[in-house]
Design a protein around this ligand. Sequence first.
Ligand code: NAP
Length: 246
Amino acid sequence: MSEFSDKRVLVTGASRGIGWGIARAFSEEGAKVALIDVNEELLEEKKGEIENMGGSALALNVDVCDREAVKKAVEKVIEEWGGIDVLVNNAGITRDRLFIRMTDGDWDSVIGVNLTGAYNMTKAVINHMLRQRSGVIVNISSVVGMTGNPGQVNYASSKAALIAFTKSLAKEVGSRNIRVVAIAPGFIATEMTEKLPDDVKKAYLERTALRRAGTPQDIANLVLFLSSDRASFITGQVYVIDGGMI
Ligand code: NAP
């Protein structure tokens, strides 16, 4: 029996890419998984996939920017399953453009989903974890939050802020046995990176020592480790997983 059997896990941006990889991996380990995403159709499909594999899932069609909807979704999960053990703040978007051409909308939407979305989710979950005196929060940042990247002032800022969020919150809630960690992936093959021009993809691969793109499963493996009891003395840290890019 896995240590995740019947653990209650919430993953945002869970209907595809890294979020789905994480949700599926938890489900394969016996966890109950609540999938949060804006893509209703895909969500229902993925919920069905988990149920076909014999797992339990909830599909919550929620925009992480919608604070009220987030609160209701978290209440629903707690009502159904009695609690939440792991929150993975994975939902994220890019609106890449050089800074001089970046619009206020490009800035607001990226900060809104990537940073404020994680704030909204964490705010909705934290009191419950504090009462429970246990919990793990995993924030999906990015290597560009550490290195910076041209064309991604908005995105890199949101991902750097998530690291500071992680380190600060970890110091506040550690005494209640709640761990908060961040993961900084490099170049991972998902729809987010599929839409990049070929020369940009080639350049990322050339900068990656292992000369391949990471997979959602690579990221899920690290999320599972960090959420497990094997990582019970780890908090407030950011883990780079980039095949040797930075
Ligand atoms: P993806 O393929 O674009 O998937 C992101 C998922 O999040 C989509 O299902 C998307 O739904 C959903 N989403 C977007 N906005 C949302 C919102 N407001 N509320 C709820 N769900 C929302 O991206 P990914 O590559 O898997 O990336 C996942 C995370 O890893 C992101 O935080 C990203 O920044 C980070 N990351 C990715 C890479 C990489 O190379 N791929 C590298 C470093 C970090 P819709 O498609 O319907 O909008």
